[in-house]
Design a protein around this ligand. Sequence first.
Ligand code: BYC
Length: 474
Amino acid sequence: MINYTEKIPNNIDLGRDRVLQRALEHWQPAYMNWWYDMGPSESHAYEVYLRTAVSVEPDGWAQFGYVRMPEYRWGIFLQPRDAQRQVNFGIHKGGPAWQEVPGEFRSTLRRVIVTQGDTEPASVEQQRLLGFSCPSLYDLRNIFQVNVEEGRHLWAMVYLLHRYFGRDGREEAEALLARRSGDADNPRILGAFNEPTPDWLAFFLFTFFTDRDGKFQLCALAESGFDPLARTCRFMLTEEAHHMFVGETGVSRIIQRTCEVMKENKIDEPSDVRAMGVIDLPTIQRYLNFHYSVTLDLYGSDVSSNAANYYTSGLKGRFEETKLTDDHLLSEAVYPVSEVTSGKIIAKEVPALTALNERLRDDYIREIESGLSRWNRIIEKAGLSFRLTLPHKGFHRAIGNFAGHFISPQGEVLTAEAWKKHEFEWLAGPLDHAYVESLMSGRVVEPGKFANWIAPPSRGINNQPLNFEYVRFN
Ligand code: BYC
């Protein structure tokens, strides 16, 4: 029998919990089958310079070394328990945090955990072919790091399902390996996770925009009164930071390279920029509009009784809940949401308790705005007048009050026909995708070399030089 205390690094005393050990023992081969089928394609023999979490101590969770990805030590890590921790919001506020699932919240909690868990393998599936078109060994190593950590995040949710939800949890854990991103019959749960990630521009924007939804959702779940969920999410957040770094710097490097080429050659027209083999800024804007809008949908409906119930029950809090200074009940508070009435977008106040999805979306937008201004500083420094902008919150939305309406990036309410006429000025169309894919038809794997369309990063991973052999092909 496999010794899981060694094979699965953990800080939950797994070796003492025979029932859980057996459940995970049963699930692990199915997970490995999924990884072989749906993980990064043809990568199984590569040796990748990866960071592995081996403990939650500051010096323990980031160990670097060459690993074949199927041998990555997917572990179970929870932030250490604080015996004094309480439920910090909702009607149970002030009571001790729950160490077991309260019976009345069982199905609600399971649904939240399954929804969170479902996104993790989905993103690996979305990215599985990108290794074939990587712009450098550095970038190849980074996408693989993101992929194995998403795999670990799946383990984190599967641990909760197995440990706290009995047979239902085991069935849900199996179903997490059965759904497939984009599958017509058995798709992933949330919209953005069924969209393709066809190229590296899409990948970097995904990790900037969509992984950041991961951050905000995990922050909200890290406030949970169900302590094992809170502690699990706290540790996941440490890994999420690297994913957003990959996204932000990836887009920065693409912008940097484009600006260099535009300046050097004194060109401005997208067709001239494309002739130089880099990605023109308007195309980046169209990709951005897509990733931003589908990610805004991930926050759910603007007004949601589900969100109100999660909060009142103490299961899912607000971003930085314990730093907020109000009653943590939201019994009187109101919050503004937008809706489309008679062809106009109007703001109206609703009970804040029902607007928690919208509030989290607004917290997210604020952080996105700072990232966008960092990108714009690169363009400004190059002396170019172009600026990237965020489209209106209602643009291209499929969930919430804007769903079914046709809103321009500037926030005008249009007819379906008028909107369709401009669609490919606002969103990347087949020609844009074909161009970007044409740049990424092969992979760049010579140590220290980078594809023409992206600037090198300012430093390597773990202080290694840029020409370090981040991936060894075997
Ligand atoms: N697509 O009241 P509503 C991450 C469903 S990303 C499809 O509006 P609620 C990561 C909803 O499920 C973070 N369906 O929403 C990033 C509900 O269906 P049911 C993932 C959608 O429940 C990158 C119905 O519409 N974590 O970690 O208040 C790489 C009405 O629901 C969508 C979480 O999401 C959509 N976009 O809130 C890797 C946290 N939106 O149940 C990883 C857990 C809504 O009536 N999830 N629906 O059949 C939640 O807290 C909530 O489920 C949501 C929705 C915030 C997603």
